[in-house]
Ligand binder design. Structure first.
Ligand SMILES: CC(C)(COP(=O)(O)OP(=O)(O)OC[C@H]1O[C@@H](n2cnc3c(N)ncnc32)[C@H](O)[C@@H]1OP(=O)(O)O)[C@@H](O)C(=O)NCCC(=O)NCCS
Length: 203
């Protein structure tokens, strides 16, 4: 047991802090942010906000709690190696046959099935379902209540919006954004924003 630093003092940081406290895996949970004006008081009761330099010096493990994948990757690149911690809410259901890389966050009521693979710093948010044999690239984010069917394959920095469905086996390129509520029925080979049922390219 050591201390966990949550880096990112926004709404997603609060969700991660809540899960980290519930997990009871760390002796102390702290938070910080690149914006000094956010670094006073508490992120949640019992989670002190400290200036970035003080917080990083005391932490044995760090979780980057920023929803945007590009910003998350930038913060990870600035971290000393070996500090990245995964946070899993105790009410998430994660198969012991799933592969979860460092720095991931898995929220309450999320399900990650057998042989699913989550890359570095992937977010599987509240109630999302990542079915068997799904592969998710580094820094991607599966938003609340989204569902990825068995064998689907997502690239890096993909955002799957709230409530969207990706049908089984569908392959999605790097840097794709899927709109909330979309149904993706076929492969998306190019970066861009897609929405609707069935999903069509917006831009
Ligand atoms: C799809 C999305 C990325 C588009 O955002 P945007 O680029 O700012 O686009 P706009 O809001 O300007 O909308 C462009 C058009 O797409 C439509 N649109 C936006 N989101 C849509 C969606 N999810 N499904 C269907 N149509 C959508 C808008 O109504 C608008 O249509 P119009 O041109 O006929 O008026 C965004 O709306 C979205 O769904 N983001 C996901 C949010 C989310 O789930 N975040 C997770 C947080 S944990």
């Amino acid at each position: 047991m050591s201390s966990l630093l949550i880096f990112g003092a926004g709404g997603h940081g609060r969700v991660v802090a809540d899960a980290a406290l519930a997990a009871r895996q760390w002796l102390r949970v702290l938070a910080s942010d690149r914006d000094p004006s956010r670094c006073t008081g508490e992120l949640l009761a019992g989670v002190a906000l400290l200036p970035a330099y003080a917080a990083t010096a005391t932490a044995g493990a760090v979780h980057i709690a920023i929803g945007d994948g590009v910003a998350r990757a930038r913060e990870v690149a600035a971290l000393p190696a070996g500090l990245l911690a995964t946070v899993i809410h105790p009410k998430a259901s994660v198969s012991r046959h799933a592969h979860v890389a460092p720095g991931c966050f898995i929220a309450a009521q999320a399900v990650v099935g057998p042989n699913a693979t989550l890359g570095v710093c992937v977010i599987v948010n509240h109630g999302a379902v990542v079915d068997h044999d799904v592969s998710i690239g580094d820094y991607s984010h599966v938003a609340p209540l989204a569902a990825l069917g068995g064998g689907a394959k997502l690239g890096r920095r993909v955002l799957v919006g709230s409530g969207a469905s990706i049908l089984p086996g569908v392959q999605i390129a790097d840097d794709v954004v899927i709109g909330a509520g979309a149904v993706v029925a076929g492969d998306l080979a190019e970066a861009g924003t897609y929405a609707g049922v069935p999903a069509r390219r917006l831009k």
